[in-house]
Design a protein around this ligand. Structure first.
Ligand code: CMP
Length: 214
Protein backbone atom coordinates (compact mmCIF):
# COMPACT_ATOMS: atom_id res chain seq x y z
CA UNK A 1 0.00 0.00 0.00
CA UNK A 2 2.89 2.34 0.89
CA UNK A 3 4.34 1.47 -2.53
CA UNK A 4 1.14 2.51 -4.31
CA UNK A 5 1.14 5.81 -2.41
CA UNK A 6 4.80 6.33 -3.31
CA UNK A 7 4.11 5.55 -6.99
CA UNK A 8 1.18 7.97 -7.01
CA UNK A 9 3.35 10.65 -5.45
CA UNK A 10 6.21 10.09 -7.91
CA UNK A 11 3.77 10.43 -10.77
CA UNK A 12 1.42 13.16 -9.60
CA UNK A 13 3.02 14.76 -6.52
CA UNK A 14 4.02 18.40 -6.33
CA UNK A 15 5.08 20.62 -3.44
CA UNK A 16 3.50 24.07 -3.10
CA UNK A 17 4.61 26.87 -0.82
CA UNK A 18 2.29 28.97 1.32
CA UNK A 19 0.74 31.83 -0.64
CA UNK A 20 0.54 29.91 -3.93
CA UNK A 21 -2.80 30.47 -5.65
CA UNK A 22 -3.55 27.15 -7.33
CA UNK A 23 -6.45 28.59 -9.30
CA UNK A 24 -8.95 31.43 -9.15
CA UNK A 25 -12.73 31.49 -9.24
CA UNK A 26 -13.83 31.68 -12.89
CA UNK A 27 -10.68 30.01 -14.32
CA UNK A 28 -11.00 27.07 -16.63
CA UNK A 29 -10.14 23.89 -14.75
CA UNK A 30 -8.17 20.91 -16.02
CA UNK A 31 -6.90 19.38 -12.79
CA UNK A 32 -8.06 18.30 -9.37
CA UNK A 33 -5.92 18.12 -6.23
CA UNK A 34 -5.58 15.68 -3.33
CA UNK A 35 -3.85 17.06 -0.25
CA UNK A 36 -1.03 14.96 1.20
CA UNK A 37 0.13 17.59 3.67
CA UNK A 38 -0.34 21.31 4.35
CA UNK A 39 -3.54 23.37 4.15
CA UNK A 40 -5.55 24.98 1.36
CA UNK A 41 -8.10 27.76 1.72
CA UNK A 42 -11.12 27.68 -0.55
CA UNK A 43 -12.66 31.13 -0.90
CA UNK A 44 -15.15 33.05 -2.94
CA UNK A 45 -15.69 36.76 -3.54
CA UNK A 46 -19.16 37.72 -2.46
CA UNK A 47 -20.09 41.32 -3.35
CA UNK A 48 -16.40 42.16 -3.56
CA UNK A 49 -15.55 40.67 -0.14
CA UNK A 50 -13.53 37.47 0.10
CA UNK A 51 -15.27 34.76 2.14
CA UNK A 52 -13.65 31.52 3.23
CA UNK A 53 -15.79 28.52 2.33
CA UNK A 54 -13.47 25.91 3.82
CA UNK A 55 -9.91 25.21 4.88
CA UNK A 56 -8.94 21.77 3.66
CA UNK A 57 -6.16 19.52 4.90
CA UNK A 58 -4.51 16.10 4.52
CA UNK A 59 -6.72 13.50 2.84
CA UNK A 60 -9.14 16.05 1.39
CA UNK A 61 -9.56 16.91 -2.27
CA UNK A 62 -10.71 19.91 -4.27
CA UNK A 63 -10.95 21.17 -7.83
CA UNK A 64 -13.07 18.19 -8.88
CA UNK A 65 -16.19 20.23 -9.70
CA UNK A 66 -14.87 22.11 -12.73
CA UNK A 67 -13.65 18.91 -14.34
CA UNK A 68 -16.72 16.87 -13.49
CA UNK A 69 -19.27 19.37 -14.79
CA UNK A 70 -17.08 21.21 -17.28
CA UNK A 71 -17.77 24.62 -15.74
CA UNK A 72 -15.41 27.38 -14.55
CA UNK A 73 -13.82 27.09 -11.11
CA UNK A 74 -16.50 27.80 -8.52
CA UNK A 75 -14.00 29.21 -5.98
CA UNK A 76 -10.35 30.20 -5.50
CA UNK A 77 -7.84 27.79 -3.93
CA UNK A 78 -4.80 29.16 -2.10
CA UNK A 79 -2.14 27.22 -0.20
CA UNK A 80 -2.07 28.61 3.35
CA UNK A 81 0.39 26.08 4.78
CA UNK A 82 3.14 24.60 2.59
CA UNK A 83 2.44 21.05 1.53
CA UNK A 84 2.42 18.24 -0.99
CA UNK A 85 -0.51 17.58 -3.33
CA UNK A 86 -1.37 15.03 -5.95
CA UNK A 87 -2.30 16.97 -9.08
CA UNK A 88 -4.57 14.79 -11.20
CA UNK A 89 -5.55 15.74 -14.74
CA UNK A 90 -9.08 15.30 -16.07
CA UNK A 91 -8.37 12.12 -18.03
CA UNK A 92 -6.60 10.37 -15.13
CA UNK A 93 -9.37 11.40 -12.74
CA UNK A 94 -12.06 9.96 -14.99
CA UNK A 95 -10.06 6.76 -15.52
CA UNK A 96 -9.57 6.47 -11.76
CA UNK A 97 -13.31 6.82 -11.09
CA UNK A 98 -14.30 4.40 -13.86
CA UNK A 99 -11.80 1.74 -12.89
CA UNK A 100 -12.04 1.82 -9.12
CA UNK A 101 -15.49 1.67 -7.54
CA UNK A 102 -14.07 2.10 -4.05
CA UNK A 103 -12.43 5.39 -4.97
CA UNK A 104 -15.62 6.53 -6.72
CA UNK A 105 -17.70 5.74 -3.62
CA UNK A 106 -15.24 7.59 -1.40
CA UNK A 107 -15.61 10.67 -3.61
CA UNK A 108 -19.40 10.48 -3.58
CA UNK A 109 -19.42 10.16 0.24
CA UNK A 110 -17.14 13.17 0.60
CA UNK A 111 -19.32 15.19 -1.80
CA UNK A 112 -22.38 14.21 0.25
CA UNK A 113 -20.58 15.40 3.42
CA UNK A 114 -19.74 18.67 1.70
CA UNK A 115 -23.36 19.20 0.70
CA UNK A 116 -24.44 18.56 4.29
CA UNK A 117 -21.84 21.04 5.56
CA UNK A 118 -23.05 23.61 3.04
CA UNK A 119 -26.66 23.11 4.18
CA UNK A 120 -25.59 23.52 7.82
CA UNK A 121 -23.73 26.67 6.88
CA UNK A 122 -26.80 27.98 5.07
CA UNK A 123 -28.88 27.29 8.18
CA UNK A 124 -26.33 29.14 10.32
CA UNK A 125 -26.32 32.10 7.94
CA UNK A 126 -30.08 32.45 8.36
CA UNK A 127 -29.59 33.35 12.02
CA UNK A 128 -29.80 37.13 12.03
CA UNK A 129 -27.52 38.34 14.75
CA UNK A 130 -23.78 37.88 14.39
CA UNK A 131 -23.00 36.64 17.91
CA UNK A 132 -25.64 33.90 17.76
CA UNK A 133 -24.40 32.86 14.36
CA UNK A 134 -20.83 32.62 15.55
CA UNK A 135 -21.76 30.80 18.76
CA UNK A 136 -23.93 28.35 16.80
CA UNK A 137 -20.97 27.52 14.59
CA UNK A 138 -18.74 26.95 17.62
CA UNK A 139 -21.42 24.76 19.24
CA UNK A 140 -21.74 22.69 16.10
CA UNK A 141 -17.98 22.18 15.97
CA UNK A 142 -18.01 21.17 19.65
CA UNK A 143 -20.72 18.59 18.98
CA UNK A 144 -18.78 17.19 16.02
CA UNK A 145 -15.44 17.08 17.83
CA UNK A 146 -16.59 14.38 20.33
CA UNK A 147 -14.29 15.61 23.10
CA UNK A 148 -10.70 16.81 22.90
CA UNK A 149 -9.48 20.36 22.49
CA UNK A 150 -11.07 22.34 19.72
CA UNK A 151 -8.79 24.91 18.14
CA UNK A 152 -10.16 27.16 15.42
CA UNK A 153 -8.72 30.11 13.53
CA UNK A 154 -10.84 33.26 14.00
CA UNK A 155 -10.54 33.89 10.25
CA UNK A 156 -12.12 30.55 9.40
CA UNK A 157 -14.95 30.96 11.89
CA UNK A 158 -15.55 34.52 10.64
CA UNK A 159 -15.75 33.20 7.08
CA UNK A 160 -18.21 30.47 8.06
CA UNK A 161 -20.36 32.97 9.94
CA UNK A 162 -20.17 35.56 7.16
CA UNK A 163 -18.75 38.20 9.52
CA UNK A 164 -15.75 40.51 9.02
CA UNK A 165 -12.70 39.12 10.85
CA UNK A 166 -12.35 42.23 13.04
CA UNK A 167 -15.94 41.91 14.23
CA UNK A 168 -15.55 38.17 14.82
CA UNK A 169 -12.44 38.94 16.91
CA UNK A 170 -14.36 41.37 19.05
CA UNK A 171 -17.17 38.82 19.62
CA UNK A 172 -14.58 36.15 20.49
CA UNK A 173 -12.89 38.53 22.96
CA UNK A 174 -16.26 39.10 24.62
CA UNK A 175 -16.85 35.34 24.85
CA UNK A 176 -13.32 34.92 26.25
CA UNK A 177 -13.95 37.59 28.89
CA UNK A 178 -16.78 35.46 30.31
CA UNK A 179 -14.68 32.30 29.85
CA UNK A 180 -16.97 30.71 27.29
CA UNK A 181 -13.94 30.22 25.07
CA UNK A 182 -10.22 30.87 25.46
CA UNK A 183 -7.90 32.56 22.99
CA UNK A 184 -4.48 30.93 22.57
CA UNK A 185 -1.29 33.04 22.17
CA UNK A 186 -1.41 32.49 18.37
CA UNK A 187 -4.91 33.98 18.32
CA UNK A 188 -6.86 30.73 17.89
CA UNK A 189 -10.19 30.13 19.60
CA UNK A 190 -9.82 27.15 21.91
CA UNK A 191 -12.48 25.22 23.72
CA UNK A 192 -10.84 22.57 25.80
CA UNK A 193 -12.79 21.72 28.91
CA UNK A 194 -16.21 20.22 29.42
CA UNK A 195 -16.99 23.26 31.56
CA UNK A 196 -16.37 25.58 28.60
CA UNK A 197 -18.50 23.38 26.35
CA UNK A 198 -21.31 23.48 28.91
CA UNK A 199 -21.01 27.26 29.24
CA UNK A 200 -21.11 27.63 25.47
CA UNK A 201 -24.22 25.47 25.11
CA UNK A 202 -25.94 27.16 28.06
CA UNK A 203 -25.18 30.57 26.57
CA UNK A 204 -26.62 29.42 23.27
CA UNK A 205 -29.75 28.09 24.94
CA UNK A 206 -30.25 31.40 26.78
CA UNK A 207 -29.78 33.36 23.57
CA UNK A 208 -32.36 31.18 21.89
CA UNK A 209 -34.84 31.85 24.68
CA UNK A 210 -34.09 35.54 25.25
CA UNK A 211 -32.77 36.49 21.81
CA UNK A 212 -30.50 39.44 21.16
CA UNK A 213 -30.86 40.82 24.71
CA UNK A 214 -28.13 38.38 25.79
P1 CMP B 1 -13.90 23.68 -8.56
O1 CMP B 1 -15.19 24.37 -8.84
O2 CMP B 1 -13.23 22.95 -9.65
O3 CMP B 1 -12.88 24.75 -7.94
C1 CMP B 1 -13.12 25.25 -6.63
C2 CMP B 1 -13.21 24.08 -5.72
O4 CMP B 1 -13.46 24.39 -4.37
C3 CMP B 1 -14.41 23.20 -6.11
O5 CMP B 1 -14.12 22.62 -7.36
C4 CMP B 1 -14.50 22.30 -4.93
O6 CMP B 1 -13.56 21.28 -4.99
C5 CMP B 1 -14.11 23.26 -3.79
N1 CMP B 1 -15.30 23.78 -3.10
C6 CMP B 1 -16.28 24.56 -3.62
N2 CMP B 1 -17.20 24.85 -2.68
C7 CMP B 1 -16.78 24.25 -1.54
C8 CMP B 1 -17.27 24.18 -0.21
N3 CMP B 1 -18.41 24.80 0.15
N4 CMP B 1 -16.58 23.45 0.70
C9 CMP B 1 -15.43 22.85 0.36
N5 CMP B 1 -14.90 22.87 -0.87
C10 CMP B 1 -15.56 23.57 -1.80
Amino acid sequence: MADVAQQMFTRFGKRFSAGTVLFREGDRGEEMFIIQSGKVKISKKIRGVEKTLATLEKGEFFGEMAILNDKPRSATAEVVEEGDMLVIDRKTFETLLRSNVEIAIRFIKRLADRLRETNDQMEALMIRDNTSRLVNILAKRVRESKGGTLSLAVDDVAGMAGIETAQAKSIVDKLASVRIVAVSPDGKITISTQEQVDRLLRYLEMREIFGEMM
